[in-house]
Write a protein that binds this ligand. Structure first.
Ligand SMILES: [Zn+2]
Length: 136
């Protein structure tokens, strides 16, 4: 049985991170479909979406066009790492919002960070040198 499977999978692409991601979408769509049973058209739409996604997972696993699948995987991985960087930046910014106030320089639009709750302060833009007054 195992040998048969190996023979069948020979020259085929197999599983990867993109498939694992699509598979999560399949599960997600099925759950949404289950929880929207009262609203038939939404429930059916997500059900068909999950079927299409599941088909694409199997299509990719059994695909013999390995080069194409690898380039899909590469785009997915680069998109995912960009997304992670973006999320980390957003998290850092949210942390900083607790102790800093952010303003845009009226002259060059440079983002400037100053300590919060200092009342009316004069802010010196580090980029273009303009001074402006803001309440922090
Ligand atoms: Zn400036």
């Amino acid at each position: 049985m195992r040998e048969k499977l190996n023979k069948f999978m020979y020259g085929r692409y197999g599983n990867d991170e993109l498939n694992q991601f699509i598979f999560k979408l399949v599960i997600g769509s099925l759950i949404i479909s289950l929880f929207t049973k009262g609203i038939t058209y939404i429930s059916e739409t997500f059900y068909y979406i999950s079927i299409c996604l599941a088909i694409s997972v199997y299509y990719r696993i059994f695909s013999k066009n390995i080069g194409k699948r690898l380039s899909e995987r590469d785009s997915y991985l680069s998109y995912r790492s960009q997304y992670k960087v973006k999320m980390a930046k957003r998290k850092k910014h949210n942390e900083e919002k607790k102790t800093y106030a952010f303003f845009k320089c009226p002259s060059c639009k440079q983002k400037v960070r100053v300590p919060k709750n200092k009342g009316k302060i004069s802010i010196h833009c580090p980029k273009c040198g303009v001074d402006f007054i803001k309440k922090s």
